[in-house]
Design a binder for this molecule. Structure first.
Ligand SMILES: C[S@@+](CC[C@H](N)C(=O)[O-])C[C@H]1O[C@@H](n2cnc3c(N)ncnc32)[C@H](O)[C@@H]1O
Length: 259
């Protein structure tokens, strides 16, 4: 179907370049190849600037994670940005600055992006410059669990903290360990939220359903001796439709708490 799909994508969007991205755990299980190729036009040599929610993100289309940016989080970036006006924002597992750049573009005072990938943070820094917010953007590279613990030791507090880790429960077998990791993220992050501030916790694991993820998150918040209410539950945007017979397609959840 690829030639037909590529032609349709060009006709509908007017794009000249179509890339096939074959990275993804499940392709092998479905008997699909892992060959990423250029279906039309020429692959760009450099990351491209993508406008989204008022920010400009630098997306590495060929060597980056996913398709270069996390489009599926677009409505959740927008919701967090509405909470972040005048706020100090901590964006943990930031990749190219999904939450932090949207927050800064919509009036946040300052944002700190944390990620283990130097390449992703470099693109986040370049995205901050393209968005015109580099003076309010900072990053720390390293393990997010260690950095959150270090920030707590430093007495750092933020008005909005968002954590969007990789899939900790990618399969049913990994569910228990994954939920423990989500609980740990919630505990470490809750300790960094200022009184009356907001905490956004995301999971892209289909094996941890919404109820289980919500329990793990509230347990973690409780273990940090904080309490909160859920003000919003977000999902993937409507360009990531859910197939009613494929639970895997309903993978993304974002819980927003006021603590
Ligand atoms: C789901 S992506 C984040 C997407 C991003 N929040 C956005 O909205 O664009 C997860 C990110 O976590 C990073 N990561 C994975 N394990 C990590 C760890 N232990 N410490 C810090 N970053 C980590 C990956 O490099 C990746 O960028």
């Amino acid at each position: 179907m690829l030639p037909a799909l590529s032609a349709a994508a060009q006709r509908v969007t007017g794009t000249k370049t179509v890339l096939k991205n074959a990275a993804g755990r499940v392709r092998g299980l479905e008997g699909l190849d892992d060959m990423s190729t250029v279906l039309a036009g020429a692959a760009p040599d450099d990351p491209v600037a993508v406008p989204m929610n008022g920010a400009r993100y630098m997306a590495d289309l060929t060597a980056g994670q996913k398709t270069g940016i996390y489009y599926d989080q677009r409505p959740n970036h927008a919701f967090a940005a509405r909470l972040a006006q005048g706020a100090r924002v901590l964006d943990v597992f930031a990749h190219v600055g999904g939450f932090s750049l949207a927050a800064l573009a919509n009036g946040a005072d300052a944002a700190l992006a944390v990620d283990g990938s130097a390449a992703a943070l470099d693109l986040a820094q370049r995205g901050a410059a393209k968005t015109g917010v580099a003076d309010r953007f900072a990053s720390r590279m390293g393990d997010a669990f260690d950095i959150m613990a270090a920030l707590a030791d430093e007495g750092a507090r933020f008005d909005v903290v968002i954590c969007d880790p990789p899939a900790f429960a990618p399969s049913r077998k990994a569910q228990e360990a994954g939920l423990r990791a989500y609980e740990r993220v919630a505990r470490l992050a809750a300790a960094l939220v200022a009184e009356g501030g907001f905490l956004g916790l995301c999971s892209c694991s289909h094996a941890a359903d919404l109820a289980a993820f919500r329990s793990a998150s509230t347990r973690g918040i409780g273990r940090a001796r904080r309490c909160g209410e859920i003000i919003h539950t977000g999902f993937a945007g409507p360009d990531h439709p859910l197939h009613p017979h494929l639970a895997e397609t309903g993978y993304l959840k974002a819980l927003f708490f006021r603590l």
